[in-house]
Write a protein that binds this ligand. Sequence first.
Ligand code: PEP
Ligand code: CO
Length: 447
Amino acid sequence: MTELNWAPESWKNKQILQQANYTDSEKLNSAIEKLSDLPPLVTSWEIFNLKKKLAEVQDGERFLIQGGDCAESFEDCSSPIISNRLKVLLQMSLVLIHGLKKPVVRIGRFAGQYAKPRSSDLESKDGIELPSYRGDLVNKINFDEASRVPDPERMIQGHASSAMTLNFVRALIDGGFADIRHPEYWNLAWIEHSGQSTEYQDMMKKISESINFAETLAGRRLGNLSRVDFFTSHEALHLHYEQALTRKVPRQNGWFNLSTHFPWIGLRTNQLESAHVELLRGIQNPIGVKVGKETSKEHLIGLCKTLNPNNEKGKLTLIHRFGSDNIDKHLPNMIQTLKDEGIGVIWCCDPMHGNTESTSNGFKTRKFEKIKKEVELAMEIHKSENSILGGVHLELTGENVTECLGGARELNEKDLERAYKTQVDPRLNYEQSLEMAMAIVSKSNNQ
Ligand code: PEP
Ligand code: CO
């Protein structure tokens, strides 16, 4: 135990929620052992680099964009899905940099977003009851008995898929994919006919002209335009998996979760006595925690004091998710509470999880208008409370899916039948994501 009275396994004495029910403990232990010997996915240097950037977000000097699938799947660990998602995030970040006139920090919800909390342990369909799908890290989504048995070996596969995803993202970025002089690399084929496309292309043209102008003036090529930083995040839900990747690093103090740069604690496991809070309070990574209308004042203060006892800048991001109808009732009080306590955090708006609803034809969906409204209200409230909205947390994909209603193409309930592919929550498609980035810019410039 360290002076924090913490150890990588101290979570085992706390309240353990939302875990797989493994029946074969021998198989579980052997998978954990194997996982503990596999190489880490990220490094402590990258983790510190992100924390530094998040400190700038906390000061309002940088904007955070965090986005990706609700639930990644092993099957989607493929070239087009990974590169399309990257393209959307790069395009969105360009819109934000240009419009907000500040740098961004990009965090993907990928390379490890494989474990999901569920509202019930069991799922029933046509009179048959089976264990719920808890993400590809635990079991398979198919509704049959064999698929739903939690299999510890899937943790090894999860590590491998995360490594492959990250390897491809790193190679693309290092190879010049993110080079601002070649934005055509980021174009998605199906977007050409969209209204946003024209606006986006106009903006790209302006940026290119500015770069050409600056380079002509300087008489040389501007450095550093070809590389961007990209970080990963996921919900640190699967305690065995996260513990196996929580390690010491040579010549550094403390412990690091080396499965991702930025692990976060979900709303269902954010209790002060929870095993998840225990595991994450002991690490050096910057971390996130979801808060919502159910988070009391004492709970909020407790989370900040437990997860960031030294009030370190860049360390703790509160990801608030109230729903567009509730944000104005709760967010101002939260901001005030932390101000009164002298506690500093990064505020990040998740406008997705408080705005989920079901359609009459049985789809879990979200209305684009409500998502947009929650972000706009978050911006307004932070401004009027003299606080800073550091960024947004979105569920999105680079695919042409129809999962959220509305947006420029006014997707309706019937459209959802066409390309509803998500494993868990509905995601913004490429067009809706870009529209969201433009809405953030427009709100920021008009308030
Ligand atoms: C999620 O981000 O997919 C999620 C489950 O969110 P929350 O914990 O806010 O419900
Ligand atoms: Co989700």
